[in-house]
Ligand binder design. Structure first.
Ligand code: 5AD
Ligand code: FES
Length: 357
């Protein structure tokens, strides 16, 4: 196996070799792997850690993903929606605090029509022209995605969740398909969005071959962002008694993604910080370079409950910001409040609009 630990090789490995590599690092010492991933991140982004202000604006969802606390089948979930002005208020507060990227995330909530979403996006872009807008609203038609883009949205996050058909069916009801999810990601890329994919580590039934397939899919898609975090059970789902994903394996996957896609933007996720108090710091040291503190109103925070024991649900945005900045500095990194676009020579997302780097 040690012959495989030539980090430059990772981009050429096939499925069985990646599976073996993942299984190897699940057991082995990882400091060398994490140091290599950290060095690659540093080569492109230095010690910068980009801040994104997350606005979870609706906990309604029409889908029923088996793992997710806000799935429609969970009758115990408390539902809320923010209106146009409330979302604008979150952005205004965020802008004042220094944020230059807003991530608007929700369940798949049909209440927000395309017109409503486009109004929200264009108002944010008009009110805060120096900011990037990222959407994370789930699967939509290509036409809808085009409208969001034309309204000014810059980026779109849509985790693929797992790149293996059979595993996808074990995590989702029959109405949902991996094929459609992948198509959405390709559509978003073609339209010109900076696109984020990703998956949970340690989700029920997941094998190391599934994780290898996730890496191969990411290599093919070449997303600008990859969000990964450990699976964390939610008490009101059928996976309530499944075990939590391993921190170590999450960090290994994060590092392998950094090595495979050197310039990709990778958040140290809230889920990682939930299962380990130092999880986000460990994520940064394994190659992550983004954090996404919450700008949603504190009264609703607890109700955007995808999994149990989610951290940072009681703090005001300013407190989260101060806490995270402190943590990032003491881990040896520099909090950065610029838009933090994906670095490229431009042609990858030149359709329609030029990013400002
Ligand atoms: N544990 C960890 N992550 C989860 N997500 C949803 N439910 C859970 C859970 N129980 C992740 C999914 C989704 C993202 C918004 O949150 O990957 O895409
Ligand atoms: Fe809402 Fe999966 S439960 S998208």
């Amino acid at each position: 196996m040690s012959a495989l630990i030539n980090f430059e090789n990772i981009s050429r490995l096939g499925g069985p070799e990646l599976t073996e590599l993942i299984e190897f690092y699940e057991q082995a010492e990882t400091s060398e792997l994490f140091a290599a991933a950290n060095a690659v991140r540093e080569k492109y982004y230095g010690k910068k850690v980009y801040f994104r202000g997350l606005i979870e604006f609706s906990s309604y969802c029409k889908n029923d993903c088996y793992y997710c606390g806000i799935r429609c089948g969970n009758k115990k979930a408390v539902r809320y929606r923010l209106g146009h002005d409330e979302i604008m208020d979150c952005c205004a507060r965020g802008h004042q605090l220094g944020f230059r990227t807003f991530v608007l995330q929700s369940g798949e909530d049909l209440y927000y029509t395309d017109d409503m979403m486009c109004d929200i996006v264009s108002d944010i872009k008009r009110g805060f022209p120096d900011c990037a807008v990222t959407l994370s609203l789930g699967e939509k038609t290509k036409e809808t995605y085009k409208r969001y883009f034309e309204a000014g949205a810059d980026r779109y996050l849509l985790r693929h969740e797992t790149a293996t058909d059979e595993h996808y069916r074990q995590l989702h009801p029959p109405q949902m398909s991996l094929e459609n999810r992948k198509q959405c990601l390709y559509d978003l890329k073609e339209i010109g969005f900076q696109v984020g994919a990703g998956f949970m580590v340690g989700s029920p039934y997941q094998t190391s071959a599934n994780l290898a397939a996730d890496l191969l899919f990411l290599r093919e898609l070449e997303p600008h962002m990859v969000g990964i975090g450990p699976f964390v059970p939610h008490r009101d789902t059928i996976f309530a008694n499944e075990s939590t994903g391993s921190v170590k394996l999450t960090l290994v996957m994060l590092a392998l993604i950094r090595l495979m896609l050197p310039k990709v933007l990778i958040p140290a996720t809230t889920a990682l910080g939930t299962v380990d108090v130092k999880g986000r710091e460990k994520g940064l040291k394994a190659g992550a370079n983004v954090v996404m503190p919450n700008l949603s109103p504190v009264v609703h925070r607890r109700d955007y409950s995808l999994y149990d024991n989610k951290i940072c649900t009681g703090e005001e945005a300013a407190e989260c910001l101060a806490c995270l900045s402190r943590r990032i500095k003491s881990a040896g990194y520099d909090p950065d409040f610029s838009r933090g676009d994906f670095i490229t020579c431009g042609e990858q997302f030149a359709v329609g609009r030029q990013a400002d780097f």
